[in-house]
Design a protein. Structure first.
Length: 464
Protein backbone atom coordinates (compact mmCIF):
# COMPACT_ATOMS: atom_id res chain seq x y z
CA UNK A 1 0.00 0.00 0.00
CA UNK A 2 2.84 2.37 0.85
CA UNK A 3 4.52 1.87 -2.55
CA UNK A 4 1.29 2.56 -4.45
CA UNK A 5 0.78 5.81 -2.59
CA UNK A 6 4.30 6.97 -3.37
CA UNK A 7 3.93 6.22 -7.09
CA UNK A 8 0.72 8.24 -7.32
CA UNK A 9 2.34 11.18 -5.59
CA UNK A 10 5.31 11.12 -7.96
CA UNK A 11 3.10 10.97 -11.05
CA UNK A 12 1.07 13.93 -9.80
CA UNK A 13 4.24 15.92 -9.14
CA UNK A 14 5.70 15.27 -12.59
CA UNK A 15 2.56 16.59 -14.28
CA UNK A 16 2.68 19.94 -12.47
CA UNK A 17 4.97 21.51 -15.12
CA UNK A 18 2.05 21.24 -17.56
CA UNK A 19 0.18 23.92 -15.58
CA UNK A 20 2.32 26.67 -17.11
CA UNK A 21 1.70 25.64 -20.70
CA UNK A 22 -2.00 25.28 -19.93
CA UNK A 23 -2.09 28.84 -18.58
CA UNK A 24 -0.37 30.17 -21.70
CA UNK A 25 -2.87 28.48 -24.04
CA UNK A 26 -5.97 29.34 -21.98
CA UNK A 27 -5.07 33.00 -21.47
CA UNK A 28 -4.16 33.62 -25.10
CA UNK A 29 -7.10 31.63 -26.50
CA UNK A 30 -9.73 33.23 -24.23
CA UNK A 31 -8.61 36.77 -25.10
CA UNK A 32 -8.12 36.16 -28.84
CA UNK A 33 -11.02 34.01 -30.01
CA UNK A 34 -11.36 35.87 -33.39
CA UNK A 35 -7.77 34.93 -34.26
CA UNK A 36 -8.43 31.29 -33.40
CA UNK A 37 -11.49 31.41 -35.67
CA UNK A 38 -9.35 32.61 -38.60
CA UNK A 39 -6.87 29.79 -37.96
CA UNK A 40 -9.71 27.27 -37.90
CA UNK A 41 -11.29 28.58 -41.10
CA UNK A 42 -8.02 28.79 -43.02
CA UNK A 43 -6.31 25.68 -41.65
CA UNK A 44 -8.54 23.01 -40.16
CA UNK A 45 -11.25 23.60 -42.79
CA UNK A 46 -8.73 23.58 -45.68
CA UNK A 47 -7.78 20.31 -47.39
CA UNK A 48 -4.16 21.43 -47.67
CA UNK A 49 -3.95 21.37 -43.87
CA UNK A 50 -5.82 18.12 -43.29
CA UNK A 51 -3.03 17.15 -40.88
CA UNK A 52 -3.82 20.13 -38.62
CA UNK A 53 -6.03 18.14 -36.26
CA UNK A 54 -3.04 16.04 -35.18
CA UNK A 55 -0.60 18.90 -34.56
CA UNK A 56 -1.99 20.24 -31.23
CA UNK A 57 -2.49 16.67 -29.98
CA UNK A 58 1.15 15.81 -30.72
CA UNK A 59 2.35 19.06 -29.13
CA UNK A 60 0.39 18.40 -25.93
CA UNK A 61 1.62 14.81 -25.85
CA UNK A 62 5.23 15.98 -26.12
CA UNK A 63 4.76 18.40 -23.23
CA UNK A 64 3.14 15.63 -21.19
CA UNK A 65 6.07 13.28 -21.80
CA UNK A 66 8.88 15.76 -21.18
CA UNK A 67 7.18 16.90 -17.98
CA UNK A 68 7.19 13.29 -16.75
CA UNK A 69 10.87 12.92 -17.62
CA UNK A 70 11.80 16.05 -15.69
CA UNK A 71 12.83 18.10 -18.73
CA UNK A 72 10.25 20.85 -18.23
CA UNK A 73 11.45 23.17 -15.46
CA UNK A 74 9.91 26.48 -14.34
CA UNK A 75 11.83 29.72 -14.05
CA UNK A 76 11.80 31.04 -10.50
CA UNK A 77 11.91 34.71 -11.58
CA UNK A 78 11.49 36.84 -14.74
CA UNK A 79 14.32 36.99 -17.28
CA UNK A 80 15.02 40.07 -19.39
CA UNK A 81 15.26 38.45 -22.85
CA UNK A 82 11.95 36.52 -22.67
CA UNK A 83 10.18 39.64 -21.38
CA UNK A 84 11.54 41.73 -24.25
CA UNK A 85 10.56 39.02 -26.76
CA UNK A 86 7.06 38.88 -25.29
CA UNK A 87 6.66 42.67 -25.46
CA UNK A 88 7.86 42.77 -29.07
CA UNK A 89 5.62 39.86 -30.08
CA UNK A 90 2.60 41.42 -28.36
CA UNK A 91 3.20 44.77 -30.07
CA UNK A 92 3.50 43.06 -33.45
CA UNK A 93 0.34 41.09 -32.74
CA UNK A 94 -1.64 44.23 -31.84
CA UNK A 95 -0.48 46.05 -34.98
CA UNK A 96 -1.16 43.10 -37.30
CA UNK A 97 -4.63 42.49 -35.83
CA UNK A 98 -5.50 46.18 -36.07
CA UNK A 99 -4.25 46.30 -39.67
CA UNK A 100 -5.95 42.94 -40.43
CA UNK A 101 -2.77 41.39 -41.86
CA UNK A 102 -3.48 37.68 -41.47
CA UNK A 103 0.05 36.40 -42.09
CA UNK A 104 1.28 38.96 -39.59
CA UNK A 105 -0.97 38.04 -36.70
CA UNK A 106 -0.56 34.30 -37.33
CA UNK A 107 3.22 34.73 -37.12
CA UNK A 108 2.84 36.96 -34.06
CA UNK A 109 0.66 34.28 -32.43
CA UNK A 110 3.51 31.81 -32.74
CA UNK A 111 5.96 34.41 -31.40
CA UNK A 112 3.76 35.10 -28.36
CA UNK A 113 3.36 31.41 -27.54
CA UNK A 114 7.10 30.83 -27.88
CA UNK A 115 8.10 33.87 -25.82
CA UNK A 116 5.51 32.86 -23.22
CA UNK A 117 7.09 29.42 -22.92
CA UNK A 118 10.54 31.02 -22.58
CA UNK A 119 9.19 33.31 -19.85
CA UNK A 120 7.49 30.57 -17.84
CA UNK A 121 10.07 27.79 -18.34
CA UNK A 122 13.84 27.54 -18.34
CA UNK A 123 15.15 27.87 -21.90
CA UNK A 124 15.73 24.34 -23.16
CA UNK A 125 15.22 22.86 -26.61
CA UNK A 126 12.93 20.23 -25.06
CA UNK A 127 10.58 22.98 -23.86
CA UNK A 128 10.77 25.04 -27.05
CA UNK A 129 10.21 22.41 -29.76
CA UNK A 130 6.61 21.37 -28.85
CA UNK A 131 5.56 25.02 -29.20
CA UNK A 132 7.42 25.48 -32.48
CA UNK A 133 5.69 22.34 -33.73
CA UNK A 134 2.37 24.26 -33.65
CA UNK A 135 3.65 26.27 -36.65
CA UNK A 136 2.63 23.36 -38.90
CA UNK A 137 -1.07 24.05 -38.31
CA UNK A 138 -0.74 27.76 -39.15
CA UNK A 139 -2.24 28.70 -42.55
CA UNK A 140 0.65 30.92 -43.63
CA UNK A 141 2.40 28.16 -45.58
CA UNK A 142 0.37 29.15 -48.62
CA UNK A 143 3.01 31.77 -49.48
CA UNK A 144 5.08 28.92 -50.97
CA UNK A 145 2.30 27.75 -53.29
CA UNK A 146 3.35 29.74 -56.37
CA UNK A 147 7.01 28.75 -56.02
CA UNK A 148 6.18 25.05 -55.59
CA UNK A 149 3.69 25.23 -58.46
CA UNK A 150 6.33 26.61 -60.83
CA UNK A 151 8.85 23.97 -59.72
CA UNK A 152 6.25 21.25 -60.30
CA UNK A 153 5.53 22.54 -63.83
CA UNK A 154 9.24 22.45 -64.70
CA UNK A 155 9.71 18.98 -63.21
CA UNK A 156 6.65 17.53 -64.97
CA UNK A 157 7.74 19.07 -68.27
CA UNK A 158 11.12 17.37 -67.89
CA UNK A 159 9.61 13.99 -66.95
CA UNK A 160 7.12 14.09 -69.81
CA UNK A 161 9.97 14.61 -72.28
CA UNK A 162 10.89 10.94 -71.68
CA UNK A 163 7.33 9.62 -72.12
CA UNK A 164 7.22 9.72 -75.92
CA UNK A 165 3.84 11.46 -75.73
CA UNK A 166 3.51 14.79 -77.62
CA UNK A 167 3.33 17.38 -74.85
CA UNK A 168 2.80 21.13 -75.03
CA UNK A 169 3.16 23.20 -71.87
CA UNK A 170 1.86 26.75 -71.70
CA UNK A 171 1.71 28.46 -68.33
CA UNK A 172 0.31 25.89 -65.93
CA UNK A 173 -1.58 23.95 -68.63
CA UNK A 174 -0.21 20.70 -70.07
CA UNK A 175 -1.75 19.65 -73.39
CA UNK A 176 -1.50 16.04 -74.60
CA UNK A 177 -3.47 14.28 -77.41
CA UNK A 178 -6.09 13.02 -74.90
CA UNK A 179 -6.84 16.41 -73.37
CA UNK A 180 -5.59 19.32 -71.25
CA UNK A 181 -4.32 19.14 -67.65
CA UNK A 182 -4.08 22.11 -65.34
CA UNK A 183 -1.31 22.09 -62.74
CA UNK A 184 -3.30 24.22 -60.31
CA UNK A 185 -2.52 25.42 -56.78
CA UNK A 186 -3.55 22.04 -55.36
CA UNK A 187 -0.86 20.40 -57.51
CA UNK A 188 1.93 22.43 -55.94
CA UNK A 189 2.68 19.62 -53.49
CA UNK A 190 2.35 21.95 -50.49
CA UNK A 191 0.29 19.44 -48.49
CA UNK A 192 2.96 16.75 -48.87
CA UNK A 193 5.74 19.21 -48.08
CA UNK A 194 4.11 20.40 -44.83
CA UNK A 195 3.49 16.82 -43.69
CA UNK A 196 7.10 15.88 -44.49
CA UNK A 197 8.43 18.91 -42.62
CA UNK A 198 6.25 18.12 -39.60
CA UNK A 199 7.05 14.41 -39.46
CA UNK A 200 10.78 14.77 -40.13
CA UNK A 201 11.21 17.54 -37.55
CA UNK A 202 9.32 15.45 -34.99
CA UNK A 203 11.45 12.37 -35.73
CA UNK A 204 14.64 14.41 -35.47
CA UNK A 205 13.56 15.84 -32.12
CA UNK A 206 12.68 12.43 -30.73
CA UNK A 207 15.37 10.15 -32.07
CA UNK A 208 18.27 11.91 -33.83
CA UNK A 209 20.78 13.93 -31.86
CA UNK A 210 23.61 14.17 -34.39
CA UNK A 211 23.21 17.41 -36.42
CA UNK A 212 24.56 15.93 -39.68
CA UNK A 213 22.21 12.96 -39.49
CA UNK A 214 19.28 15.23 -38.65
CA UNK A 215 19.95 17.45 -41.68
CA UNK A 216 20.25 14.39 -43.92
CA UNK A 217 16.91 13.04 -42.73
CA UNK A 218 15.29 16.47 -43.05
CA UNK A 219 16.58 16.92 -46.62
CA UNK A 220 15.44 13.43 -47.64
CA UNK A 221 11.93 14.11 -46.31
CA UNK A 222 11.64 17.38 -48.24
CA UNK A 223 13.05 16.00 -51.48
CA UNK A 224 10.88 12.89 -51.21
CA UNK A 225 7.73 14.99 -50.79
CA UNK A 226 8.53 17.05 -53.89
CA UNK A 227 9.46 14.03 -56.04
CA UNK A 228 6.33 12.16 -54.92
CA UNK A 229 4.20 15.07 -56.11
CA UNK A 230 6.00 15.27 -59.47
CA UNK A 231 5.51 11.54 -60.01
CA UNK A 232 1.84 11.89 -59.04
CA UNK A 233 1.19 14.62 -61.63
CA UNK A 234 3.15 12.83 -64.36
CA UNK A 235 1.43 9.52 -63.64
CA UNK A 236 -1.99 11.17 -63.80
CA UNK A 237 -1.15 12.69 -67.19
CA UNK A 238 0.01 9.30 -68.47
CA UNK A 239 -3.09 7.56 -67.10
CA UNK A 240 -5.26 10.22 -68.71
CA UNK A 241 -3.57 9.61 -72.05
CA UNK A 242 -3.81 5.82 -71.96
CA UNK A 243 -7.44 5.78 -70.69
CA UNK A 244 -8.60 8.63 -72.91
CA UNK A 245 -9.33 10.69 -69.78
CA UNK A 246 -11.90 8.17 -68.53
CA UNK A 247 -10.09 6.89 -65.42
CA UNK A 248 -11.67 7.62 -62.02
CA UNK A 249 -8.32 9.07 -60.96
CA UNK A 250 -9.03 12.09 -63.14
CA UNK A 251 -11.49 13.16 -60.44
CA UNK A 252 -9.87 11.73 -57.27
CA UNK A 253 -6.24 12.65 -57.88
CA UNK A 254 -5.54 13.74 -54.28
CA UNK A 255 -6.14 10.25 -52.88
CA UNK A 256 -3.84 8.86 -55.56
CA UNK A 257 -1.11 11.15 -54.24
CA UNK A 258 -1.36 9.69 -50.75
CA UNK A 259 -1.06 6.17 -52.21
CA UNK A 260 2.35 7.24 -53.49
CA UNK A 261 3.38 9.31 -50.48
CA UNK A 262 2.66 6.76 -47.71
CA UNK A 263 5.03 4.07 -49.10
CA UNK A 264 7.72 6.76 -49.32
CA UNK A 265 7.19 7.58 -45.63
CA UNK A 266 7.60 3.90 -44.67
CA UNK A 267 10.93 3.81 -46.52
CA UNK A 268 11.95 7.10 -44.92
CA UNK A 269 11.30 5.82 -41.40
CA UNK A 270 13.09 2.55 -42.11
CA UNK A 271 16.14 4.62 -42.99
CA UNK A 272 15.52 6.95 -40.04
CA UNK A 273 15.63 4.04 -37.60
CA UNK A 274 19.18 3.36 -38.74
CA UNK A 275 20.10 7.00 -38.08
CA UNK A 276 18.45 7.13 -34.64
CA UNK A 277 20.94 7.63 -31.82
CA UNK A 278 18.78 8.44 -28.76
CA UNK A 279 15.23 8.48 -27.42
CA UNK A 280 14.11 11.92 -26.26
CA UNK A 281 11.12 10.57 -24.31
CA UNK A 282 12.98 7.81 -22.48
CA UNK A 283 12.88 8.31 -18.73
CA UNK A 284 16.39 9.15 -17.49
CA UNK A 285 17.56 7.06 -14.55
CA UNK A 286 18.19 10.17 -12.52
CA UNK A 287 14.58 11.33 -12.93
CA UNK A 288 12.77 8.00 -12.76
CA UNK A 289 11.41 8.99 -9.36
CA UNK A 290 10.93 12.74 -9.41
CA UNK A 291 10.56 14.46 -6.08
CA UNK A 292 8.74 17.73 -5.46
CA UNK A 293 10.88 20.81 -6.04
CA UNK A 294 10.64 24.36 -4.81
CA UNK A 295 9.44 25.61 -8.22
CA UNK A 296 6.74 22.98 -8.78
CA UNK A 297 4.38 25.83 -9.75
CA UNK A 298 4.96 28.62 -12.32
CA UNK A 299 6.44 31.71 -10.70
CA UNK A 300 3.70 34.25 -9.98
CA UNK A 301 5.64 37.28 -11.39
CA UNK A 302 6.13 35.46 -14.70
CA UNK A 303 2.45 34.56 -14.93
CA UNK A 304 1.39 38.14 -14.10
CA UNK A 305 3.72 39.61 -16.73
CA UNK A 306 2.39 37.24 -19.38
CA UNK A 307 -1.24 37.85 -18.43
CA UNK A 308 -0.95 41.66 -18.44
CA UNK A 309 0.95 41.84 -21.74
CA UNK A 310 -1.43 39.41 -23.48
CA UNK A 311 -4.50 41.20 -22.16
CA UNK A 312 -3.31 44.65 -23.33
CA UNK A 313 -2.46 43.39 -26.84
CA UNK A 314 -5.47 41.09 -27.27
CA UNK A 315 -8.33 41.29 -29.73
CA UNK A 316 -10.60 41.69 -26.70
CA UNK A 317 -9.01 45.08 -25.97
CA UNK A 318 -8.82 45.88 -29.68
CA UNK A 319 -12.58 45.39 -29.94
CA UNK A 320 -13.16 48.12 -27.35
CA UNK A 321 -11.54 50.59 -29.77
CA UNK A 322 -13.88 49.66 -32.61
CA UNK A 323 -17.34 50.91 -33.48
CA UNK A 324 -20.05 48.26 -33.33
CA UNK A 325 -22.64 50.07 -35.45
CA UNK A 326 -23.99 47.49 -37.88
CA UNK A 327 -27.14 49.16 -39.20
CA UNK A 328 -27.25 48.71 -42.97
CA UNK A 329 -29.36 50.96 -45.14
CA UNK A 330 -31.24 49.76 -48.21
CA UNK A 331 -29.21 50.12 -51.38
CA UNK A 332 -29.99 49.69 -55.05
CA UNK A 333 -29.92 46.40 -56.92
CA UNK A 334 -26.76 47.49 -58.73
CA UNK A 335 -23.96 47.15 -56.17
CA UNK A 336 -20.75 45.23 -55.54
CA UNK A 337 -20.78 41.88 -53.75
CA UNK A 338 -19.31 42.71 -50.34
CA UNK A 339 -20.04 39.87 -47.92
CA UNK A 340 -18.78 41.37 -44.65
CA UNK A 341 -18.95 45.03 -43.69
CA UNK A 342 -20.13 47.11 -40.74
CA UNK A 343 -22.24 49.72 -42.49
CA UNK A 344 -22.91 51.13 -45.95
CA UNK A 345 -23.88 54.69 -46.82
CA UNK A 346 -25.69 55.69 -50.02
CA UNK A 347 -24.01 59.02 -50.90
CA UNK A 348 -26.48 61.29 -52.67
CA UNK A 349 -25.44 63.29 -55.71
CA UNK A 350 -25.76 67.07 -55.56
CA UNK A 351 -27.16 67.07 -59.09
CA UNK A 352 -29.85 64.42 -58.45
CA UNK A 353 -28.31 62.36 -61.26
CA UNK A 354 -30.15 59.02 -61.23
CA UNK A 355 -27.60 57.46 -63.59
CA UNK A 356 -24.94 57.47 -60.86
CA UNK A 357 -24.80 55.36 -57.70
CA UNK A 358 -22.21 56.13 -55.02
CA UNK A 359 -21.83 53.68 -52.12
CA UNK A 360 -19.44 54.09 -49.21
CA UNK A 361 -18.82 50.88 -47.24
CA UNK A 362 -17.53 51.15 -43.68
CA UNK A 363 -15.46 48.43 -41.96
CA UNK A 364 -14.79 48.77 -38.23
CA UNK A 365 -11.61 46.66 -38.30
CA UNK A 366 -12.90 43.57 -36.49
CA UNK A 367 -11.45 40.38 -37.97
CA UNK A 368 -14.89 38.92 -38.64
CA UNK A 369 -16.27 42.14 -40.14
CA UNK A 370 -14.19 42.06 -43.30
CA UNK A 371 -12.08 44.72 -45.02
CA UNK A 372 -12.18 46.53 -48.38
CA UNK A 373 -9.52 44.27 -49.91
CA UNK A 374 -10.93 40.93 -48.69
CA UNK A 375 -10.31 38.13 -51.20
CA UNK A 376 -14.03 37.37 -51.61
CA UNK A 377 -15.08 40.93 -52.38
CA UNK A 378 -16.40 41.27 -55.94
CA UNK A 379 -16.46 44.85 -57.17
CA UNK A 380 -18.37 44.09 -60.39
CA UNK A 381 -22.18 43.90 -59.92
CA UNK A 382 -23.94 40.59 -60.40
CA UNK A 383 -24.90 39.99 -64.04
CA UNK A 384 -22.19 42.27 -65.45
CA UNK A 385 -18.75 41.48 -66.90
CA UNK A 386 -15.58 43.48 -67.28
CA UNK A 387 -14.29 44.59 -70.69
CA UNK A 388 -11.59 47.03 -69.62
CA UNK A 389 -9.80 47.90 -66.40
CA UNK A 390 -7.48 50.80 -65.68
CA UNK A 391 -6.01 52.62 -62.68
CA UNK A 392 -6.07 56.40 -62.68
CA UNK A 393 -5.06 58.41 -59.64
CA UNK A 394 -6.53 56.84 -56.51
CA UNK A 395 -9.27 54.94 -58.36
CA UNK A 396 -9.67 51.64 -60.19
CA UNK A 397 -11.85 52.17 -63.28
CA UNK A 398 -13.67 49.19 -64.83
CA UNK A 399 -15.84 49.34 -67.94
CA UNK A 400 -18.60 46.74 -67.62
CA UNK A 401 -21.32 45.45 -69.94
CA UNK A 402 -24.59 43.57 -69.50
CA UNK A 403 -26.40 42.58 -72.70
CA UNK A 404 -26.62 45.85 -74.64
CA UNK A 405 -25.93 48.15 -71.68
CA UNK A 406 -22.58 49.75 -70.86
CA UNK A 407 -21.53 51.23 -67.54
CA UNK A 408 -18.46 52.45 -65.69
CA UNK A 409 -17.59 51.57 -62.12
CA UNK A 410 -14.74 52.82 -60.05
CA UNK A 411 -13.62 51.92 -56.55
CA UNK A 412 -11.00 53.06 -54.07
CA UNK A 413 -9.71 52.05 -50.62
CA UNK A 414 -9.67 54.60 -47.80
CA UNK A 415 -8.16 54.84 -44.32
CA UNK A 416 -7.57 58.05 -42.36
CA UNK A 417 -8.80 60.00 -45.42
CA UNK A 418 -5.97 58.55 -47.51
CA UNK A 419 -7.30 56.88 -50.64
CA UNK A 420 -5.47 54.47 -52.94
CA UNK A 421 -6.32 52.16 -55.81
CA UNK A 422 -3.73 49.55 -54.89
CA UNK A 423 -4.23 46.75 -52.35
CA UNK A 424 -0.50 46.64 -51.55
CA UNK A 425 -0.31 50.36 -50.83
CA UNK A 426 -3.50 50.08 -48.78
CA UNK A 427 -1.93 47.34 -46.64
CA UNK A 428 0.98 49.69 -45.83
CA UNK A 429 -1.46 52.46 -44.93
CA UNK A 430 -3.31 50.07 -42.58
CA UNK A 431 -0.08 49.10 -40.83
CA UNK A 432 0.86 52.78 -40.42
CA UNK A 433 -2.60 53.61 -39.04
CA UNK A 434 -2.45 50.60 -36.70
CA UNK A 435 0.47 52.20 -34.87
CA UNK A 436 -2.04 54.72 -33.55
CA UNK A 437 -4.69 52.06 -32.92
CA UNK A 438 -6.88 53.00 -35.89
CA UNK A 439 -8.44 50.13 -37.86
CA UNK A 440 -11.48 51.79 -39.46
CA UNK A 441 -11.44 51.53 -43.24
CA UNK A 442 -13.73 52.40 -46.16
CA UNK A 443 -14.49 51.22 -49.66
CA UNK A 444 -15.67 53.91 -52.10
CA UNK A 445 -17.67 52.41 -54.96
CA UNK A 446 -19.34 54.35 -57.77
CA UNK A 447 -21.48 53.22 -60.71
CA UNK A 448 -22.22 55.41 -63.76
CA UNK A 449 -24.38 54.56 -66.76
CA UNK A 450 -22.59 55.12 -70.07
CA UNK A 451 -24.09 56.59 -73.23
CA UNK A 452 -21.60 54.89 -75.56
CA UNK A 453 -18.12 53.53 -74.70
CA UNK A 454 -17.70 55.18 -71.25
CA UNK A 455 -14.75 57.38 -72.32
CA UNK A 456 -16.70 60.59 -71.82
CA UNK A 457 -17.95 59.46 -68.39
CA UNK A 458 -14.44 58.40 -67.38
CA UNK A 459 -12.95 61.81 -68.30
CA UNK A 460 -15.69 63.56 -66.36
CA UNK A 461 -15.03 61.48 -63.22
CA UNK A 462 -11.25 61.93 -63.49
CA UNK A 463 -11.71 65.68 -63.77
CA UNK A 464 -13.54 65.83 -60.41
Amino acid sequence: MTNNTTTTSNNTTTLKPLIGFGLILVLFSFLNIPVLVTIWENSFDDGTYSHAYLIPVISLYLYHKISKTGQLVYRNKPALLPVLLLLGSALLFFIMVTAQISLGYWAATMAILLSGVLLIYQAKWQAIFPTLFLAFLMPGWGVFTDLLQNISISAVTYLMSYSGIPTFVEGNFVTIPAGVFEIADGCSGLRYLIVSLAISSLFNFLYIKDTRKALMFFAAAILGALITNWIRITALILIGEYTNMESDLMEDHNTFGWYLYIPFMFLLFMWGNKLADHDQLAVPKTTANITPSENAQPALPNVLIFAVVIALSSTAVNTLLQSNVTTNIETTEIKPIIKRFTNVEHVLSNTNDTSTIYLKYYFNGALDHGKPTAHDNVYIPLGWRSVEQKVSGNWNYITIVSKDKHALIRYSFDINNHQTAYAGAFKKLRIKAALSGNSETYLHWQYTTCIKNCEQEKRALQAN
